[in-house]
Design a protein around this ligand. Structure first.
Ligand code: HSE
Length: 301
């Protein structure tokens, strides 16, 4: 049995517009999670993103995930060392929590001799997160349709073309998912449900068939983005500018505040520059990540 392990987990973008809590894509931006059975207490080091706000005690999400594995197996761990080296900004809508959960579960599984299956890990992750749209791509890589019934996660993965760029515009302000979920209504109009069913189905078929040209229409949403606009006032300007400049799609990444723009590699620079102006014109500082899909998912280094 290994005493230590290093796991690399990708970022992810969820919802993709209409696929609320069910669609997500893994991205080539990573957190590295090192875990070692060592000493007689819990020690956590954080490097990179989240250095100021990530918990270093029992409230740490990587630790909580690892503990779920130890508890499930009735294993008592006397001392644990965790070091996380983060490139995924926290509270950004790029799946940093999902990467912590997957990293903690996968690492603890290796340290206990791999008793859990891939699907066991995904089910535990979905239960911790409450939905599977970030945790499934973080574990599997690629584009994922993933739905969770409270116990099991049902998913299908499809690789995404390497020529698609995922331009992430992160306006450098944290938005807690709980806050962004708090503004959502408890009831929706039937026609809005129908609107989203059509788009989410078409979007899924577009990814599976490589018909990225259909995403402009298929990424429209009436379930959540409109309510979250109060936290992301630039949202619809970004979408309009991106699509006017030939992007395949633009949508709120997860619960935000990052906006995601999908464009072919051949026009990615042009699209990036024109969308950047939307932020500059409004004096909104923003970081831009030019990403691709990670088609592999979490891996042990
Ligand atoms: N589907 C989730 C949401 C993603 O939009 O709230 C963030 O966890």
């Amino acid at each position: 049995m290994d005493k230590s392990v290093l796991v690399r987990v990708p970022a992810s973008t969820a919802n993709l517009g209409p696929g609320f809590d069910s669609l997500g894509v893994a991205l080539n931006l990573y957190n590295d999670i090192y875990m070692e059975l060592k000493g007689s207490r819990l020690v956590i080091d954080v490097e990179g993103e989240g250095i100021l706000n990530i918990d270093r005690d029992e409230k740490n999400l990587i630790y909580k995930a690892a503990k779920k594995v130890f508890d499930k197996l009735n294993i008592t761990v006397s001392g644990l060392y965790i070091k996380t080296t983060n490139n995924i900004p926290t509270g950004s809508g790029l799946g940093s929590s999902a990467s912590a959960i997957i990293g903690g579960l996968v690492a603890a599984n290796v340290l206990t001799g791999n008793p859990l299956s891939h699907d066991d890990i995904l089910d535990m992750a979905s239960l911790m997160e409450g939905h599977a749209d970030n945790v499934a791509p973080a574990l599997n890589g690629g584009f994922n349709v993933a739905t969770f019934d409270g116990k099991r996660t049902y998913y299908i993965k499809k690789e995404v073309d390497d020529n698609i760029r995922f331009l992430a515009f992160y306006p450098d302000r944290e938005l807690l998912t709980s806050k962004a979920r708090g503004v959502l209504p408890s009831m929706i109009e039937f026609r809005n449900g129908v609107f989203n069913v059509g788009r989410a189905s078409l979007l899924t078929a577009s990814f599976f068939s490589g018909r990225y040209d259909l995403l402009k229409f298929a990424s429209q949403d009436m379930l959540h983005q409109v309510y979250r606009k109060e936290f992301i006032p630039e949202m619809y300007y970004v979408i309009e500018r991106a699509l006017d400049n030939g992007a395949y799609a633009s949508f709120l990444s997860g619960a935000g505040p990052t906006m995601m723009v999908l464009a072919d590699i051949s026009i990615a620079d042009k699209v990036k520059e024109s969308v950047k102006k939307v932020y500059e014109d409004r004096n909104i500082k923003c970081r831009i990540y030019e990403l691709k899909c990670d088609n592999t998912g979490a891996k042990i280094l």
